[in-house]
Design a protein around this ligand. Structure first.
Ligand SMILES: C[S@@+](CC[C@H](N)C(=O)[O-])C[C@H]1O[C@@H](n2cnc3c(N)ncnc32)[C@H](O)[C@@H]1O
Length: 453
């Protein structure tokens, strides 16, 4: 692939690619290669500027919209044309879930698959409870000389933002507190944040604790804490703790974990700023409910791969005979083990690599009735998919945030001659204003009944 900067073309967009770019052909010239154009929507005609080229495709971004799609709107965020935190601010919030379902359908088109059902997000702004933003101290800049925000589009330059309309307001407020600590931070770094809507914990990787920084953090924690003995809900968001990490040194200032996603009979998870959490509470509740319905775990032995802090595990364990979980992240596993112990849940939580475990189980002829997996973007790969098909007796629920690797893995699990059949596809809009997708693919062993529950 080579990078070029000069070519400009008029492109007619007919589709959306995985990642959210518009896909089309140039109307001018005789270059027949496919264009992938950031910021363009199906049905549009745009002027695109070339960023990179390959022998079979060209990649660019929208310079001007010549014929807009009915789904195009004015971005709600004033930084939308520069900030890389969101790439779909220009897309009508009401249209985003279906466009994501269309992207998934397109990626899975070669498989025998049902039409994906879109699950729209209840809110498009102020929903994001987990984020990682970046900072850079820059004494040459005007004002504070401290940039804080997401990276820009197609760059690693920070777009300084004093508010972000997509973050949950408590998280947005807490992230901004970091500005006051700038003089004790390294030249550059990142801020991890997690919110439960009222309380926030932050994580600062690569930051050595100093008495001055700890005192400054404590000042924010104390100033934002609800008044002692107050029986009413806190008047504003509160920062409850910050975890500092540098090399092996880990120092917590205040309480560095939150309780999240407790729901009546399902106990909450407790987690800090560095472990994975789904980006939105309301959509996550819908996602968990769907995964449990599709897994049909009642009286079944359930294996859950990539369990994290136990987002699905606690709900699966409510009716399963037992749930065995594995995750590669030491801290997430320790969190889940604490939750299991505290609430006495029928879960065995272990640390390990899902692919290695599947190989061992398949090699030993071991089976589980139901397997739930939720890998990172890379998916599980061909061999692990084949092992998974050997290990799962009845059902597989595969949760994915990358439809391309999902399509690859499903081709080994649910292709025309495979042991499993794809019976349900659901696309949750977990992160509105971005092209991120969250797909749940439910597979049932051929010859078994489809109905969940
Ligand atoms: C997308 S997150 C899902 C976590 C959890 N299911 C949830 O909903 O919050 C993926 C998880 O996979 C874990 N992970 C990444 N690679 C892994 C591997 N090879 N084997 C096991 N776990 C892995 C990560 O630590 C992370 O917790």
């Amino acid at each position: 692939m080579s990078v070029v900067t000069t070519k400009i073309a008029t492109v007619e967009i007919r589709d959306l690619a995985h990642g959210g770019a518009g896909v089309g052909k140039a109307l001018d010239g005789d270059d027949a290669r496919v264009w992938f154009v950031d910021g363009a929507l199906p049905g549009e005609r745009v002027r695109a500027s070339l960023d990179a080229e390959h022998k079979s495709w060209l990649r660019g971004h929208t310079l001007e919209v010549l014929e807009p799609s009915p789904a195009r709107v004015a971005p709600p965020c004033p930084l939308a044309d520069r900030c890389g935190g969101c790439t779909w601010q220009h897309v009508d919030a009401a249209a985003q879930a279906q466009l994501k379902a269309d992207i998934v359908a397109n990626q899975l088109r070669k498989l025998p698959a049902p039409t994906p059902v879109a699950v729209p997000s209840p809110s498009a702004l102020g929903y994001r409870r987990r984020a990682r933003v970046h900072y850079q101290r820059d004494p040459g800049r005007e004002g504070e000389g401290f940039a804080l925000g997401f990276y820009g589009q197609r760059s690693h330059e920070i777009v300084d933002a004093d508010r972000c309309p997509v973050l949950d307001p408590a998280l947005d407020w807490a992230v901004q507190q970091v500005r006051a600590w700038a003089r004790w931070l390294p030249e550059s770094g990142s801020v991890h944040g997690l919110s439960n809507g009222a309380e926030v914990v932050l994580g600062l990787p690569g930051v050595r604790p100093t008495p001055e920084l700890e005192a400054a953090i404590r000042a924010v924690i104390e100033a934002s804490a609800p008044a002692e003995g107050s029986d009413s809900s806190p008047s504003g968001p509160s920062l409850v703790g910050v975890q500092l990490r540098a090399g092996r040194a880990r120092v917590g200032v205040g309480r560095t974990w939150l309780e999240l996603d407790g729901d009546g009979p399902t106990p909450p998870v407790s987690q800090g700023p560095f472990t994975f959490s789904q980006a939105q509470a309301a959509q996550n509740a819908a996602l968990v409910a769907h995964v449990v319905e599709m897994a049909a775990p009642a009286d079944r032995r359930v294996l859950e791969l990539h369990a994290g802090v136990g987002n699905f595990s606690r709900a699966l364990a409510r009716s399963a005979k037992r749930v065995w979980t594995v995750d590669g992240d030491r801290e997430a596993v320790a969190n889940l083990q604490r939750t299991v112990e505290r609430w006495g849940l029928p879960i065995n939580a272990k640390r390990g690599q899902a692919e290695k475990l599947l190989a061992k189980l398949a090699g030993g002829g071991r089976h589980y009735d139901v397997v739930v997996c939720d890998p990172p973007r890379a998916g599980i790969g061909a061999q692990a998919a084949r092992d998974l098909a050997a290990v799962a007796r009845e059902r597989i629920v595969y949760v994915s945030c990358d439809p391309a690797t999902l399509a690859r893995d499903l081709s080994h699990l649910a292709g025309p001659d495979a042991a499993f059949e794809l019976v349900d596809l659901r696309v949750f809009d977990m992160m509105p204003m971005t092209a991120e997708v969250e797909v749940v693919a439910t597979l049932v062993r051929r010859g078994q009944q489809h109905g969940a529950g």
